[in-house]
Design a protein around this ligand. Structure first.
Ligand SMILES: NC(=O)c1ccc[n+]([C@@H]2O[C@H](COP(=O)([O-])OP(=O)(O)OC[C@H]3O[C@@H](n4cnc5c(N)ncnc54)[C@H](OP(=O)(O)O)[C@@H]3O)[C@@H](O)[C@H]2O)c1
Length: 369
């Protein structure tokens, strides 16, 4: 049995510490992945900074992290899609409340992963490139395809897919979530209008967006409303601070499906605006609070996304087992944003947190192992 090590989170506001961790063999429909590249997400440093406000069920010490790419070293009973030596990318689900298991966290050498939340990666895609996918992809897929969210048609294997004749607004197209939302929506036959800083216009167009607007422009909302004239909307996904408010203003003036799926929780109305802590709490506790924004949303249905919710509802299997393997192998899906490798080894994961906290543009912070 191999020896394992992890970057442990020992408590709130405590730097990660690298030390030994148990090696856990896979259970039914599970595999063990020897991680070669790990990507960092905002939720990782938020857990470190905010303690119980994020993943309140976690008891320290714990191994957090969601995005892994590496080699399969062991397969559990019932696994037929993978064998040892396969190159894979997977959404690590250790921090999900129902699993709540360090063995399934990303930030270690060996992670126990779920078969149906794992995709094979073709030889022309490096581990660094693949590692940018999991949480961005899963969050976008939850938003677009879950029946309790936008409920769009599933992505198709045909290229080009049959047109739905509807247009989706993706606010925050250069984010990890947005880069995946654009590609998934286009693969499902939707036109996509998106936003990004002007330096990222080409990036989001390459992913399939038909029009892109700079969210820093004072006229962005009215410009997008004009772009939707004579189009039927499929709804919107809001990503980034201020995105939900802007999307509501736009949807209000559109024809079509009045649904806003929110990756980032909206800023609460005044007089609470100045309470930064309260904003953060609202962001994290949004599951409870979403309904209280109904009046504010002017009749447009809004819902916060939980990027893990696809694990148990069929969307996860559709994405990781059915759509992605073929789309990656046939070059129909781009691993975006581009990996930004800031370190090598578990000891550098903390540097990855610190880098992401300072902000990135159309890049995903990645650590190689
Ligand atoms: N609900 C969930 O399950 C879930 C899961 C994952 C992420 N999220 C949330 O989704 C958001 C994005 O996360 P991520 O990992 O995808 O981010 P990311 O890739 O780290 O985001 C970086 C990008 O954010 C863009 N950006 C910054 N401020 C923006 C704004 N006000 N509006 C639109 N875009 C903006 C920048 O675009 P430019 O460089 O083009 O300016 C930059 O490219 C975060 O709020 C995160 O907490 C939620």
């Amino acid at each position: 049995m191999p020896s394992n090590a992890a970057a442990w989170l020992d408590g709130p506001k405590t730097p990660l510490e690298v030390r030994a961790a148990p090696y856990t063999s896979p259970g039914e429909n599970e595999i063990v992945v020897k991680n070669a590249a790990l990507a960092i997400n905002p939720v990782d440093y938020l857990k470190q900074d905010l303690g119980r406000m994020v993943y309140s069920w976690i008891k320290y010490p714990f191994v957090i992290g969601t995005d892994i790419a590496g080699e399969v070293v062991e397969v559990g009973p019932g696994v037929t899609r993978f064998k040892t030596g396969d190159r894979v990318v997977s959404l690590a689900i250790g921090t999900m409340e129902e699993y709540n298991a360090s063995a399934k966290g990303a930030f270690q050498q060996y992670t126990v992963a779920l078969d149906h939340m794992t995709s094979p990666i073709p030889s022309n895609i490096s581990y660094e490139m693949a590692s940018v996918l999991p949480l961005g992809l899963s969050t976008a897929a939850c938003s677009l395809f879950q029946k309790d969210q936008l409920g769009l048609d599933y992505p198709s294997d045909s290229s080009p897919p049959e047109s739905s004749k509807k247009t989706l607004l993706v606010w925050g197209g250069s984010t990890s979530v947005g880069s995946n939302a654009i590609q998934l929506a286009v693969a499902a036959g939707y036109e996509v209008i998106t936003t990004a800083s002007s330096k990222n216009f080409d990036n989001v167009k390459k992913l399939g967006a038909s029009q892109v607007f700079d969210y820093n422009s004072k006229t962005v909302v009215s410009d997008i409303i004009r772009a939707f004239k004579d189009k039927k909307t499929a709804g919107a996904i809001s990503i980034g601070q201020g995105s939900a408010e802007a999307c509501l203003d736009i949807l209000h003036e559109c024809e079509g499906d009045m649904f806003l799926s929110m990756a980032t929780f909206p800023t609460p109305p005044k007089p609470y605006k100045s309470f930064v802590l309260l904003r953060t709490v609202l962001h994290i506790a949004s599951r409870l609070l979403t309904n209280s924004f109904t009046a504010w949303s002017r009749g447009i249905q809004t819902k916060f996304i939980f990027g893990y919710s696809l694990v148990n509802n069929g969307v996860g299997k559709m994405i990781f087992e059915e759509f992605m393997p073929k789309a990656l192998a046939e070059g129909r899906y781009i691993t975006a944003p581009e990996p930004y490798v800031v370190g090598n080894g578990l000891k550098d994961i903390q540097r990855g947190f610190d880098t992401l906290k300072k902000g990135v543009s159309a890049k995903k912070v990645v650590i190689t192992l």
